[in-house]
Ligand binder design. Structure first.
Ligand code: PLP
Ligand code: CA
Length: 305
């Protein structure tokens, strides 16, 4: 007793919370789905919230796909009412940042998946063409674009040493911005395997350049700024951020002044949240969720009459 946060809630408390809030922000992987499989009951929860007139948005650090792909994915997995303007991915928000905040002049060198480049091009942000340097190309003989004004790094499933080397060269120019879609360290796959996240590539470039990247995705506040500029008048006090990772989702909620909920279907465990809560270091308290549920399917009884 005496520690705030990590309140495990159920039944009537969940109903009360859902009635009190009118804006719900959901992380995707670990909350809504695991890869290609929807979390049991999640579609019904999301559909019900929307039908009860609640605002629902999705805030994902997955930068590998353009937003259209998410619309299709939601619909394929039974989330029937999710539209493009409800999806905020770290790739989409990176495009908005480059276009609207820094108003980048010149080209962006993207170290990331094809989907990230597609999102930038859709926003009208010029990207360096994927160079066909030939099979024997090295950093000694490849071509470097002359007017690169930003390096954007994200999860890259076709990473090569040459790309890393090129990005490091561009970052020698102090006028060249250094951005990361997100800083996620790794992602769980089925069968106990993991996928190194964007953060692992950002770290490599940070070491090579001696610089620090500006992070666009969670836990940075910028994604919430994108949401508030699209949904005018969104009041942080009316929001609930639901996520599965303490260091991204809960910190994001804390940074933006939102109430936070940890769901135990993903990366972080209740014990880790309690450790942060019991820590003497007050900065650790920003990782502590206000509420904890086993799964968002625990919302379902709240929609029954
Ligand atoms: N980035 C990549 C490449 C991923 O594969 C994942 C999850 O699978 C994420 C980010 C995390 O996404 P989210 O923020 O929706 O949990
Ligand atoms: Ca997640």
């Amino acid at each position: 007793f005496g520690f705030k946060g990590c309140q495990k809630i159920r039944g009537p408390q969940i109903r009360g919370l859902l009635e009190a809030k009118d804006f719900f922000l959901f992380d995707c992987d670990g909350v809504i789905w695991h890869g290609e499989n929807a979390i049991t009951g999640a579609a019904k929860v999301v559909n019900s919230l929307i039908r009860h007139g609640k605002n629902v948005v999705f805030v994902t650090n997955n930068c590998t796909r353009p937003r259209e792909n998410y619309v299709h994915k939601f619909s394929r997995l039974g989330f029937t009412d999710v539209m493009l303007d409800q999806i905020f991915s770290s790739s989409y928000c990176s495009a908005l940042y480059l276009r609207d905040v820094v108003q980048v002049r010149g080209q962006v060198f993207v170290m990331g998946c094809e989907g990230l480049r597609r999102e930038l091009l859709e926003a009208g942000v010029p990207c360096v063409e994927e160079a066909d340097d030939g099979p024997d190309a090295t950093i000694y003989n490849c071509t470097l674009a002359p007017d690169v004004k930003a390096v954007l790094v994200g999860h890259d499933d076709k990473l090569t040493f040459l790309k890393l080397a090129k990005a490091s060269c561009y970052l020698r120019d102090p006028e060249c911005l250094f951005l990361a879609t997100d800083n996620d360290p790794w992602h769980p796959l089925s069968g106990g395997r993991i996928l190194p996240g964007s953060g692992s590539l950002t770290a490599a470039l940070e070491v090579a350049s001696g610089r620090k990247a500006t992070v666009i995705g969670k836990p940075s506040r910028f994604m919430f700024e994108c949401i508030s500029s699209q949904f005018r008048g969104v009041d942080p006090a009316q929001c609930l951020m639901v996520g599965d990772r303490l260091e991204t989702d809960m910190l994001f909620g804390s940074n933006c002044g939102l109430d936070t909920m940890l769901t135990l279907t993903g990366v972080s465990q209740l014990e880790e949240a309690q450790e942060y809560r019991n820590s003497d270091l007050t900065t650790n308290h920003s990782f502590v969720p206000d509420y904890v549920v086993d799964t968002i399917a625990d919302f379902l009884p709240a929609f029954e009459e």
